[in-house]
Write a protein that binds this ligand. Structure first.
Ligand SMILES: [Zn+2]
Length: 343
């Protein structure tokens, strides 16, 4: 059994696998030991862009010094596509063209974390104290946080032993947690230190909050943002301007654009809506690339789509504003007409 998987790993080395998965070319090493920019550099502390990722053992294993992981092909698939171990293994062997006999997956892959640390935690309502802390750390009004809680998309949970805010919706296809104090989750092999913890089995193709369109089918306008903090920021602005005819939704990861895009069920709910996308202004243009992929899918479903650009806007500390969360504390000299922010 083990030779089957070993054979598959040799037949499909990481550089080929990464190419097949659509990993950006600058993150694919050509040979063992060559360091390139990590495919997960966006999750690096301080946005470290230095080459830190390489492959070894004839391209069958990979490590990143900054993320502090050490993974093989199936684990790469699991991480990149946010799949569970079983689906990632199947995907890997599908790509490798090898069909393992049943049972081999559990024998030859390293054991994952304790299930209780990965599965959906118990969800709690926010206390006033939680609300104050999240508001201060994320610069989101307490009223907007209370509103998101009342819509059943924002909860308190203890995740990996850490007090956390967690986003999910009634579809329960995805749940993503972050620590209330804004710090990283400690590493939990094979997971490295990470700013966000995605609950096991989540599908990043589901735009979080889309299930609200089932509850409010009459609402025509949608804000499509990237990531949890921007999702809270959307609530912040909608509440601030007293706008109630817009539903915010969030794609929680760019990888979604590469692995088949937006969930078909979500596209049915989004069909025909007026959608404004808020792509992150990343140095590598990845935010725009994902937005364009989502745009193409939405257009096929009859959506009227446009983009918001953060170009020329400054945060309170003088750095360029790169996402919607940055917009909640703009520089005092930035003159921005906020009536242009919402769709
Ligand atoms: Zn890394």
């Amino acid at each position: 059994m083990k030779t089957n998987l070993y054979g598959a790993k040799c037949a499909l080395r990481l550089p080929q696998l990464m190419t097949r998965l659509g990993v950006p070319r600058e993150s694919i090493p050509m040979r063992d030991g060559q360091s390139v920019r990590c495919p997960w550099h966006r999750e690096h502390r301080n946005g470290d862009l230095n080459p830190s990722f390489n492959v070894y053992r004839n391209g069958t294993r990979a490590k990143c010094f900054t993320c502090d992981f050490n993974i093989d092909g199936p684990e790469f698939v699991q991480r990149w596509l946010s799949l569970n171990k079983r689906d990632a293994f199947k995907k890997f062997t599908d790509i490798a063209g090898a069909v393992p006999t049943s049972g081999s997956a559990t024998i030859s892959l390293p054991a994952l974390q304790k299930p209780q640390e990965l599965s959906m935690p118990r969800l709690w309502p926010f206390t006033e104290e939680n609300m104050k802390q999240l508001s201060a750390v994320r610069r989101i009004s307490e009223a907007a946080i209370a509103w998101a809680c009342s819509q059943q998309v924002l909860f308190f949970a203890s995740v990996c032993g850490q007090p956390s805010w967690i986003l999910t919706d009634s579809e329960r296809k995805i749940a993503e947690a972050r620590r209330l104090n804004g710090e990283y989750y400690p590493s939990l092999p094979p997971l490295s230190q990470r700013k966000a913890h995605t609950v096991y089995g989540s599908s990043k193709a589901w735009p979080l909050g889309t299930s609200l369109l089932r509850r409010y089918p009459q609402i025509r306008k949608v804000m499509l943002v990237e990531g949890g903090p921007d999702y809270l920021a959307a609530f912040h602005f909608l509440h601030h301007f007293g706008v109630r005819d817009v539903v915010p939704v969030a794609m929680l990861g760019r990888g979604a654009g590469k692995s088949g895009g937006i969930d078909p069920g979500a596209l049915c709910l989004l069909a025909g809506k007026r959608v404004r996308i808020y792509p992150h202004a990343d140095a590598d243009g990845g935010g725009i690339r994902s937005a364009m992929a989502w745009h193409a899918q939405l257009r096929v479903h009859g959506c009227d789509v446009d983009y918001f650009t953060f170009h020329g806007l400054l945060r309170a500390d003088g750095a360029p504003a790169k996402d919607l969360n940055d917009m909640t504390s703009l520089h005092q000299n930035t003159h921005f007409n906020f009536s242009n922010l919402l769709p």
